[in-house]
Design a protein. Structure first.
Length: 307
């Protein structure tokens, strides 16, 4: 039987801004439609942020999530993954609230503090509709805070909900941080480890970086983890192809990249999912359904989402 590969689609995020792409979902209806379409294209998991529907600014209030969560639950069987990363400028108290309220099957969890920069995008994107966008993109003074105290707070806040985690690791130190929490008994295998490549402030996108993160995770966790990759920007699909061939799973979506090919912006999240699916099936592998992903990741079931 062919190996099953989980595709996660991160549909909007908090990095890209509405002026960068008409395809970026902003309103609750757009976010819901993007998530459902991504699931129909083959994404087993949808990773969700919320935005102000007028300006597109990231919004981590639970009320901002409710409208699209209700629609997604009605229209799709996909695994819902809510961010606890929010935006790098938010406090951990703000960031954890939606997951604490809605108790999803999966919540993301960033595994270490880091410099965080998107200012390189100013080389390509010059005009912005909203005042907040330029300030957001050009900021060179962002430290994305994820201290041991912050991480422990999220783990303990969500521990009684049965929510499991997408552990976002932007560098090898983050893998060691995760291992600390594993040794303390605060996380349980199988660990869903999302290794992130190519974001300014984290590990680079070179194939050797991908190999190094995989080898480090294997040394620390053995057979107790499920490996996935996230390539930022133009690195999304090349890193996806490399990881799929090496036994990994794939995350795509407009949160992480606005592109579908060199010089061509993606028309939708679903388009990126279809491209990832071509890679997987071209390698003789199979795309995991949402229920197969639930089994692989030991999830509690989609009926537990509290909306």
């Amino acid at each position: 039987m062919a190996r099953k590969v989980i595709i996660t689609c991160a549909v909007t995020g908090a990095i890209h801004t509405p002026s960068m792409s008409k395809a970026l979902p902003v309103t609750p209806q757009e976010i819901a439609d993007a998530a459902v379409e991504a699931a129909e294209a083959g994404a087993a998991v949808v990773h969700l942020h919320a935005r102000n529907p007028e300006t597109g600014q990231p919004d981590q209030s639970p009320d901002a999530f409710a409208p699209f969560l209700k629609i997604i639950k009605q229209r799709s069987n996909c695994v819902v993954n809510l961010t606890t990363g929010g935006a790098p400028t938010m406090t951990v108290d703000e960031r954890v609230r939606p997951a604490a309220v809605y108790k999803p099957e999966v919540a993301s969890l960033n595994m270490g503090s880091m410099n965080f920069g998107f200012f390189g995008m100013l080389n390509r994107f010059k005009a912005f509709k909203h005042e907040w966008e330029r300030k957001h993109v050009e900021n060179k003074d962002i430290v994305f805070r994820n201290t041991f105290q912050d991480i422990e707070f999220v783990l303990k806040t969500l521990s009684e909900t049965g929510t499991r985690f997408e552990f976002e690791c932007y560098d090898t130190a983050h893998l060691y941080n995760l291992n600390y929490f594993l040794e303390q008994g605060l996380v349980k295998p199988p660990l869903f480890v999302q290794t992130v490549f190519g974001l300014q402030g984290g590990i680079g996108p070179h194939p050797e970086d991908v190999l190094h993160m995989k080898r480090t995770a294997e040394r620390l966790f053995g057979d107790r983890f499920i490996w996935s990759v996230l390539g930022a920007g133009r690195h999304q699909l090349p890193i996806a192809a490399m990881a799929a061939a090496m036994g990994g799973n794939i995350r795509v979506g407009l949160e992480d990249s606005l592109w579908a090919a060199p010089g061509r912006m993606a028309e939708s999240n679903a388009e990126q999912v279809r491209l990832a699916r071509k890679i997987i099936e071209g390698l003789g592998l199979e795309v995991a359904t949402s229920d197969e992903a639930r089994e692989i990741l030991h999830l509690k079931g989609g009926d537990t989402l509290q909306v």
